[in-house]
Ligand binder design. Structure first.
Ligand code: COA
Length: 497
């Protein structure tokens, strides 16, 4: 029964246990593994590896598409087997190890990892571990709920371990569109002109002799942990919908807004949910991760097509979608992340990019990654791929965090992932600041008026007015610019005591 999933009969003899397959992984190897936003990661072999290193310690450099589910980053961190990790993660145990300096984390634009591999700027993976629903007659790999970097990892690695996961329905086959750009500088343009274009193959083309091991597993993807919208995220969504309505009325946006991208997490998901209560129809997505909101919008007849590189769903939505794949299949495509996040395509399609900030400053510089400028949260993910090139780069956040001890709007961002030149619109539950065409001093007025929480507004106005008195194109009081963060570290609050 299981062997039916391996349609290349010559590969049947490669089936072995996860423990046996893990023996292919040696000390010092670079491992490229499937997995993106906690979807479609290889599950059995990394777990077996974590067990094996208890007896036989070794260290690997681990590359994935993005974050891993099933606590794998935690398990691998606790086993002590991670020397280096890239390009994204969301795990609290790994986060701690990164911030202690125990694991070297390379926080990278998600479209760039395989491009750097292709150009030998990064060491190629020695081995790839890829979750699949099936292996085709040609020995090609059919991915599961994410494509991420799986195709290029398989192509670049010397050996490939395939984990066939029977918990994923075989009907997933046909959903993927694997297109691999050729080498520079003779590369031709990626021939994708509409979000629903299919330009590649439905499986990862590798020579079957590269497959060193095949492991069967039936462990499910983790469920998404995004929470339901709350009062603040609903308010953020409302401000954005009103703004979009006005942009359409002014003919700056098409009636269906154009392709949308939405980032990971609670806030971006809630913002997309806000579109359910709007009058917009014929919506499309050209995004990286597809969360519950995508399928709620499809079910409501408001979204016609969604292109992404992974699908991560809550328990509520998971069986609804994966038990009814035939209903969604003509409305979905999963692509490699270098195509879903491709800067040239993002600019050409005119994508509206909605991502979440941890904090931003009065001039519009956005910090998405570092708490107080030093402690890594998750990573930049694809937010930079989209924001830098989007038709409109929007960042959302709640105006305060940790019960008001933190203002998400600060005098100077303590780390900058998206600089003022890349940021068009900022939204908190307080309101929306439209920064397009404004000089720094004008941007600050809009941000303070519309985005700052009332508890911090006077404090911010005082800083800005005194900075302006001192002068400059982008006025600052350098001796005070980080005083809010310093106050937080010393006194537990950004509020002036
Ligand atoms: N300082 C410190 N902590 C802050 C903060 C700030 N200025 N603003 C928010 N936080 C904390 C929250 O309190 C919360 O903490 P908790 O987990 O202990 O409750 C945590 O950050 C997450 O915030 P939440 O409000 O739940 O937002 P989210 O789930 O939408 O995540 C990011 C927000 C910024 C962490 C997340 O979107 C991210 O990692 N973004 C960067 C990558 C990215 O944009 N990828 C998408 C590209 S497609």
């Amino acid at each position: 029964m299981q062997l039916e999933r391996i349609r290349h009969a010559g590969l049947h003899e490669k089936v072995m246990s996860a423990e046996q397959a893990s023996e292919f992984i040696k000390d010092g190897m670079t491992v490229g593994m499937s997995g993106f936003t906690r979807a479609g990661e290889a599950k059995a072999v990394p777990k077996a590896l974590a067990e094996r290193v208890k007896e036989h310690p070794l260290k690997i450099n681990l590359m994935t598409g993005a974050s891993l589910g099933n606590d794998l980053d935690k398990i691998l961190t606790e086993s002590g087997s991670l020397a280096r990790r890239m390009p994204f993660q969301v795990d609290t145990t790994l986060r701690k190890a990164i911030n202690n300096g125990d694991v070297m984390f390379i926080d990278q634009h998600l479209s760039e990892t395989v491009e750097q591999l292709r150009n030998h700027q990064l060491k190629l993976p020695d081995i790839a571990i890829i979750e699949a629903v099936a292996i085709t007659e040609e020995g090609h790999i059919v991915p599961t709920t994410s494509v991420g970097n799986s195709a290029s990892f398989s192509i670049f690695a010397k050996q490939v371990i395939v984990e066939i996961n029977t918990s994923h329905k075989p009907e997933l086959e046909g959903l993927h569109d694997i297109y691999i750009p050729s080498y520079r500088p003779t590369r031709t343009p990626v021939p994708l002109v509409k979000v629903d274009d299919r330009i590649g193959s439905t499986a990862i083309p590798i020579p079957p002799e590269k497959i060193a091991a095949i492991v069967f597993t039936s462990q499910h993807d983790s469920y998404s942990t995004v929470g339901a919208p709350d009062e603040d995220t609903a308010a953020i969504a409302k401000h954005l919908v009103t703004f979009f309505e006005n942009e359409v009325a002014e003919k700056r946006l098409a009636p269906n807004l154009g392709p949308l991208q939405a980032g990971i997490g609670n806030i971006a998901n809630a913002v997309m949910m806000g579109l359910l209560d709007s009058d917009f129809t014929d919506l499309t997505m050209y995004s990286e991760v597809l969360q519950d909101s995508t399928f709620d919008l499809i079910d409501a007849g408001k979204m016609t097509f969604a292109s992404g590189c992974s699908v991560i769903l809550s328990e509520r939505m998971n069986s609804k979608v994966f038990d009814n794949l035939e209903h969604y299949k003509d409305k979905l495509i999963l692509r490699p992340q270098e195509i879903s996040n491709h800067p040239e395509i993002v600019r050409r399609l005119g994508i509206i990019a909605i991502n979440t900030a941890l904090e931003f400053d009065i001039y519009g510089n956005v910090n998405s990654t570092h708490v107080c400028g030093t402690r890594m949260m998750n990573g930049i993910g694809g937010s930079g791929d989209f924001a830098r090139n989007a038709n409109m780069a929007i960042f959302v956040t709640k105006s305060i965090a940790k019960d008001g001890a933190i203002s998400s709007v600060v005098p100077m961002a303590s780390h900058v992932d998206h600089n003022e030149h890349d940021v068009d619109i900022l939204v908190t539950e307080q309101g929306l600041a439209d920064l397009r065409g404004l000089a720094p001093r004008e941007r600050a007025v809009q941000i303070i008026k519309h985005c700052v929480h009332p508890d911090y507004r006077n404090q911010m106005l005082d800083y800005f007015e005194r900075a302006c008195a001192r002068g400059g194109h982008t006025p600052h009081l350098l001796d005070e610019a980080f005083s809010w963060h310093i106050n937080l570290e010393k006194n537990g609050t950004m509020k002036l005591l």
